[in-house]
Design a protein around this ligand. Sequence first.
Ligand code: GDP
Length: 332
Amino acid sequence: MTNIRKRRLSVSEYVQGILEGNRMILSRAITLVESSRPQDRRLAEQVLEEIMPHTGGSLRIGITGVPGVGKSTFLESFGLYLTGLDKSIAVLTIDPTSQKTRGSILGDKTRMEELSNDPRAYIRPSPSGKSLGGVHEKTRESMLLCEAAGFDIILIETVGVGQSEVAVEGMVDFFLLLMLAGAGDELQGIKRGIMEIADALVITKSDGDNVARSKIARRQYQNALHLFPPNKTEWYPKVLTCSSVESRGMKEIWTLIKRFEEHMKERDFFHQRRAEQNLRWLEESINCYLLEQFYQDPNIQYLYGDLKKSVSKGKLPVSAAVRKLSEAFLNR
Ligand code: GDP
């Protein structure tokens, strides 16, 4: 173990360390899957393949909401509630608004100070890359590593400001949307689509003067949700309230999540949802891979540059440009 911190680990050292729940090796494995260096990618792939049979055992929960809604405070409170039930938890955070790997708003561990000192909790910020697809591929892989390390619950947090919450919904069993009482939907940047994919809504900061307002908001959102047609799972999203600073509402949220899990498992939707997510992941990865191959090809780059000029001047139809590019790509 002396030099293990520094030297390159073998596939079996990674696998063994992860399966033993060794946090240091788990962290290194996550760094490995986050790396885009080709030799790291190959090693990461081997590690992932080996740990696959040990994945799938955790409950995956996604949490989203606009900046300031109280996500990190909620994660701290909810996380401590869960570790209090003797559950081990891994918290993965994605911050698509920041390009920085470390020191991003979500990446700051001090946001969940008490939880990060809890031995049953493991907190890991995901880096924010330029490509959304890339970030989520890595988050999915990190999630699998955490599962193999034996965590009961994986919490994936993302800022609800764009596409990232849709991507997170595509990798979790239960998707929770945090909302503020008294703020208009536009203010919260909440699109109808996001409410539709949420399995539950929680109105945060239901304490002090805000209690009455959060109760009204709860009723309003519950009514609004009734307007959406039920999806095939026949689960009707619920609206709850909580106060993270007073640690209230956590038990109700957990009970709801357990009820959801039961509902989905009884109807065989739980595994069906995961299977669909895996296939979507495969499709997205193929799309990403092909696009990358296409745009990185030097001949394509050259030809594309030329064709863009002709297309922008209206000299060449788009369809002809696409045909020329695809022929060049296929014959490369
Ligand atoms: P995030 O940006 O969504 O992660 O939000 P934070 O967790 O950083 O919280 C934003 C602000 O709301 C902070 O000033 C928190 O102290 C405050 N806050 C969070 N949760 C609660 C709560 O349950 N009650 C009250 N009164 N304030 C809260």
